[in-house]
Design a protein around this ligand. Structure first.
Ligand SMILES: Cc1cc2nc3c(=O)[nH]c(=O)nc-3n(C[C@H](O)[C@H](O)[C@H](O)COP(=O)(O)O)c2cc1C
Length: 214
């Protein structure tokens, strides 16, 4: 039998959706940089990365967001708050920017990617606004997953949060005028010793239930 050495699974068992953060514990800037890199390296459909992450550091803004997040305390107590915001409307520059980046990384002329560029533009411009937003929002969750896994590896606590009113978040963070909408949040920091949910058993379907071998 092959021996596989990895700690990631143990770390995934260690992590949990933190309900109460220790507000006195802050992440080091170096740790935040690694978490940002985990998001940056996340794959996305066509490679377009059609989202932004708002790294909300201003205390007053976080206080203003809390009531719009069902009053959940993680919004203000966690060391950091990342709000993942997905792009709301397609425009050609989404693809043009990517093609320019790809061309300059490869030392090529952007015109070499014209066929690809036209193909992607055709696919995306054919989507309704609703379809486009559903699609851009899905990309965000891949980055959220990577963030949580890397957080677990670093023994940094994270609570993913969908319990919030997107319209209010968009207003407070000025996202609408920038063409983005808040999709999901990650509150990041260190668990409070008082958070008893840290000791709760993991509630998961069995692997057998989750998979069907065909
Ligand atoms: C997309 C998403 C949104 C979530 N929203 C919230 C939330 O708003 N507040 C909260 O306390 N937990 C939230 N959770 C945490 C889940 O309830 C939790 O991940 C799930 O029950 C499994 O427990 P565990 O993560 O502690 O293992 C969310 C999780 C995910 C993946």
């Amino acid at each position: 039998m092959k021996t596989i050495e990895m700690n990631t699974i143990e770390n995934l068992k260690w992590r949990y959706a933190t309900k109460k953060f220790d507000a006195s514990q802050k992440l080091a800037e170096e740790e935040i940089d690694i978490l940002k890199e985990a998001i940056q390296l996340s794959p996305s459909s066509y490679g377009l990365q059609l989202f932004k992450v708002m790294d909300v550091r201003d205390e007053l803004t976080r206080k203003a967001l809390q009531p719009a997040a069902w009053g959940q305390t993680q919004i203000v107590d966690a060391s950091n708050l990342f709000v993942f915001a997905a792009k709301t409307k397609f425009d050609d520059s989404d693809v043009d920017n990517y093609v320019h980046l790809k061309a300059s990384s490869n030392g090529m002329d952007p015109s070499s990617f014209k066929g690809y560029s036209d193909f992607v533009k055709g696919k995306l411009s054919g989507m309704s606004e609703e379809e486009y937003q559903n699609w851009t929002k899905r990309q965000v969750y891949i980055a959220l997953g990577n963030l949580m896994t890397v957080g677990a590896e670093l023994k940094i606590d994270i609570c993913p949060m969908e319990g919030f009113e997107a319209e209010k978040f968009d207003e407070i963070l000025g996202l609408k005028s920038k063409g983005y909408t808040s999709t999901v949040n990650a509150t990041i920091g260190y668990r409070s010793e008082e958070d008893s949910t840290a000791d709760s058993p993991k509630i998961r379907k069995s692997v057998e239930d989750l998979f069907e071998i065909l």
